[in-house]
Design a protein around this ligand. Structure first.
Ligand code: ACO
Ligand code: ZN
Length: 149
């Protein structure tokens, strides 16, 4: 689990790895509300990656019902530590936590050009359920990817 002292490091990794950046209060809000689903990966005592998730109520991506949906807000691993299984592990642990919070499925948005991330999610049996045109600030489309939990 993330600790309050890790938030600045998480924000730094987020800035280095993704154009989608958030305020400190946004991170702290998730840390307070869904601590079990906000995880960091450490290598030799150094935080090198994170995943931040939350639980929402909404219409299922798989059936016509309202359900608790896990939402992977953001995941990133520092470039020097990629392709070591850290992202995969963060996703697995994040999904376990979302299930503990009662989520029956999980979804996320990803840039249609982000092949590494799309491959990671496909490896975890996520499927593309939607494409949102112009989702990102620069106009790029997002895939919505989801899977049951
Ligand atoms: N090319 C193709 N497939 C890849 C790549 C790549 N560069 N990187 C990961 N994968 C796939 C592979 O299937 C890989 O399994 P394999 O190594 O056995 O082939 C699988 O993902 C697991 O890889 P990990 O090593 O666990 O992933 P990593 O620790 O490198 O983290 C991540 C992946 C988080 C996407 C990393 O590349 C990253 O931080 N990228 C920049 C930030 C980013 O794009 N985050 C996701 C945005 S969407 C969102 O946050 C919801
Ligand atoms: Zn489009």
């Amino acid at each position: 689990m993330v600790e309050l002292k890790d938030i600045p490091v998480v924000m730094d990794i987020n800035l280095k790895c993704l154009p989608e950046n958030y305020t400190q209060s946004f991170f702290i809000q998730h840390y307070k509300k869904f601590p079990k689903a906000f995880l960091v990966a450490e290598v030799e005592g150094r935080v090198v990656g994170y995943i931040m998730c939350r639980v929402e109520h909404g219409i299922s991506n798989f059936k016509f019902t309202l359900t608790k949906k896990g939402h992977v807000i953001s995941i990133a691993v520092l470039p020097e530590y990629r392709r070591m299984g850290i992202g995969y592990n963060l996703m697995v642990k994040g999904m376990e936590a979302l299930k503990e919070y009662g989520a029956t499925e999980v979804y996320l948005e990803v840039r249609v050009s982000n092949y590494p991330a799309i491959h990671l999610y496909e490896k975890l049996n996520y499927v593309i359920v939607n494409r949102i045109h112009g989702y990102y600030a620069d106009g790029e489309d997002a895939y919505v990817m989801a899977r049951p939990l």
